[in-house]
Ligand binder design. Structure first.
Ligand SMILES: Nc1nc2c(ncn2[C@@H]2O[C@H](COP(=O)(O)OP(=O)(O)OP(=O)(O)O)[C@@H](O)[C@H]2O)c(=O)[nH]1
Ligand SMILES: [Mg+2]
Length: 411
């Protein structure tokens, strides 16, 4: 169901993506339906009439499962299941399911379970007995607790245990990160299925799992790359993004996604052969913002040019994204230019810091240092504190225009 105001091609794209997600999760899609409404029904999400029609339809086409593209409240799921008499899953539920199937490493498994339990907690109902049975059933119940309270307590306890385990893994990882800090880090980001792992394989002969399905990669992979001048950089490949990546997953995959936040450069890999790549780019931008990487330096890389026969598609992308690169990770087209550009970018020394100025002087400073990027401005005790970053060559000039201790450079 979609609220009024969405174009029908956007709805089609969302539902096609949902079908792909459903297939990736192992379901077979029999029928796709949509409804336009001006508001969401708090109890059933869709309208009451649609709900009755759906009830008949699932019997007619013999469906076991109904998947909704938007997130449903726990109450809506319960009401719909009661009404339609079939299991009802929302977008988050299906994505969590895929992640659970895909998780291989201990860390990814813990991250997914944590996200699942957080998702489950508000959805526990009285009929849910499974957990206490797992814990031994009789005797585990606290005095005066109902079954539901016991279940909730068990889930919370499990969440606490998982958090602790994750913390331990994260600590080990941050030590590793410290050790390799000397090399610049380039993070591959992009919509799921854009070709990130294929690119990493082509660049570094890494053996990363590639599949024409969503979320092939869950665990971060790091490989080093060296060019013919001997310059070395680390490339990391992480979990692919998707429109509305469930926030429970973003929260649990925080440590994995930190690779992205802390990278010196992000390569945004875009599947230019996808009819809605612009929407996918917007989805990636949203997730980057969610994880706090919205302001990282980023280079757009259009992949799969081998699949695009129309020049106007390429030209439109060029016009809209000047500076973007065009490659085919599989056919190894444009990779030389890509690595040259990337290494040039990460090896140009940068400088960053903070300068505190009188308001009048601040405007003058900004116009003098136009090439320096202002990251933020704050009023502190009547003065303006400017946080900036820029080309390392500006250092001398910046120092010359500093007075007393009003300039603090980051090391
Ligand atoms: N034709 C063509 N196909 C490509 C290209 N690059 C990747 N593919 C295909 O696109 C599909 C997805 O590639 P992956 O490398 O797994 O994509 P990913 O971005 O790592 O996906 P996730 O791990 O799911 O986020 C695979 O079937 C690849 O073979 C390319 O340049 N041209
Ligand atoms: Mg991948």
């Amino acid at each position: 169901m979609t609220l009024k105001g969405y174009d029908s091609w956007v709805i089609d794209d969302h539902l096609t993506e949902l079908s792909l997600l459903a297939e990736t999760a192992g379901a077979e899609v029999i029928e796709v339906i949509s409804q336009r409404r001006s508001n969401i029904d708090p109890a059933y999400y869709i309208g009451k009439g649609k709900c009755a029609a759906l009830k008949n339809l699932v019997v007619e086409i013999n469906a076991d499962l109904v998947i909704f593209d938007d997130d449903l409240t726990p109450a809506q799921v319960r009401n719909l299941q009661r009404e339609i008499n079939r299991r009802v899953v929302d977008r988050t539920g299906i994505i969590l399911d895929i992640f659970a199937r895909r998780a291989r490493s201990r860390e990814a498994k813990i991250e997914v379970e944590l996200a699942q339990l957080n998702y489950l907690l508000p959805r526990l109902t009285r009929h849910w007995e499974h957990l206490s049975r797992q814990a031994g059933g009789i005797g585990t119940r606290g005095p005066g607790e109902t079954q539901l309270e016991t279940d909730r307590r068990l889930v919370r306890e499990r969440i606490a245990v998982l958090r602790m385990k994750l913390k331990r893994i994260e600590q080990g990882r941050s030590i590793r990160r410290q050790r390799r800090k000397k090399l610049p880090v380039v993070a591959l980001v992009g919509y799921t299925n854009a070709g990130k792992s294929t690119l990493l394989n082509s660049l570094t002969n890494a053996d990363v799992f590639v599949e024409d399905k969503l979320f092939a990669t869950l665990d971060p992979v790091v490989r080093s790359y060296q060019d013919d001048k001997g310059r070395k950089a680390l490339f990391t490949d992480t979990v692919g993004f998707i429109r509305k990546l469930p926030h429970h997953l973003v929260a649990s995959f925080k440590s994995t996604l930190e690779e992205v936040v802390e990278a010196d450069l992000l390569l945004h890999i875009v599947d230019i052969a996808h009819p809605f790549y612009l929407n996918q780019m917007e989805g990636v931008r949203q997730v980057l913002e969610d994880i706090g990487a919205g302001a990282r330096p980023i280079l757009t890389v259009f992949n799969k040019v081998d699949l695009v026969s129309s020049d106007s598609v390429l030209q439109a992308a060029k016009d809209r994204h000047p500076g973007a690169l065009f490659i085919s990770a599989i056919r190894r087209i444009g990779l030389k230019r890509l690595t040259e550009t990337v290494l040039e970018l990460v090896f140009t020394p940068t400088i960053s810091g903070e300068i505190t100025l009188e308001p009048a002087a601040a405007a003058e400073w900004e116009s003098r240092f136009k090439s320096v990027r202002v990251e933020s401005k704050k009023f502190v005790e009547g003065k303006i504190k400017i946080r900036f970053s820029g080309d390392g060559k500006m250092k001398d000039l910046l120092l010359r225009f500093a007075e007393g201790d009003n300039l603090v450079l980051d090391e």
